[in-house]
Design a protein around this ligand. Structure first.
Ligand code: AP5
Length: 208
């Protein structure tokens, strides 16, 4: 199973990729997590990409492609969350997979309206201990997760609105890109978290 999952910020890509990875054993590869880990490490690369992340802009293609590529060959089952984010990245992904002699099995487009997205992002918390994504109302942390539970730096209202603009301009057109390749499946991301997981599992043929 090799699947890309994309959608507007807050649609639940990370939430669903974590749940599906747990259920199927497929590796969850999140370029957003890779970017945040690089920034946290205080490396030269981390310093170079921090402003892009904090503003809600895309990290330059050549940097993000080099960050993502090594993970593609690590296992034969993965969910790529947050990559590709534009047509240049989608083509780079196709080229990398061709070099490896493998293909993409599906592209999941998560769909939800902007007002729901902003509410979700302002209530998002991420556990420093486990990396699990929660929501203060819709998915509060269980007692066994020790936390602490942090808010992301790019979850300010200004950065959220900018990230959505970037999504509609650069990432949404990927729906056509994958539809032309007959691997696009749209999923209604406004349902509850478990229902969306079931729909995604069905979409990738992992429901039985
Ligand atoms: P990234 O980490 O990918 O962030 P994003 O695209 O902004 O997406 P989010 O993580 O905000 O949303 P999500 O859909 O994963 O929502 P989540 O599941 O957390 O990227 C961050 C930055 O890194 C980018 O801005 C860019 O700078 C850089 N970057 C990354 N990839 C790049 C690339 N390819 N090219 C260039 N730059 C790149 O859920 C949100 C909240 O909603 C949570 O609280 C959750 O509990 C809740 N929730 C989820 N589903 C539901 C539901 N069904 N009902 C109710 N609540 C829900």
């Amino acid at each position: 199973m090799r699947v890309v999952i994309f959608g507007p910020q807050g649609a639940g890509k990370g939430t669903q990729a974590q749940r599906i990875s747990k259920k199927t054993g497929a590796k969850h590869i999140s370029t957003g997590d890779l970017v945040r880990a690089e920034i946290k490490s205080d490396s030269d690369l981390g310093k170079k990409i921090q402003d892009y992340n904090d503003r809600g802009d895309l990290v330059p293609d050549e940097i993000i492609i080099e960050m993502a590529k090594p993970y593609l060959a690590e296992t034969d089952a993965w969910l790529l969350d947050g990559f590709p984010r534009n047509e240049a990245q989608a083509k780079a992904l196709d080229d990398a997979l061709e070099e490896l002699g493998i293909g993409l099995d599906g592209a999941i487009a998560m769909e939800a309206p902007d007002d729901a997205l902003v509410k979700r992002l302002s209530g998002r918390r991420t556990s420093e201990a486990t990396g699990r994504i929660y929501h203060v109302e819709h998915d509060p942390p269980p007692e066994e997760d020790p936390g602490p539970f942090n808010q992301r730096k790019d979850d300010t209202e200004e950065a959220i609105l900018h990230r959505l603009e970037v999504y509609y301009k650069h990432t949404e057109p990927l729906k056509d890109y994958y539809d032309e390749r007959s691997i696009l499946v749209s999923v209604d991301a406004t349902k509850g978290i478990p229902e969306v997981t079931e729909d995604v599992l069905r979409a990738i043929g992992e429901d039985g």
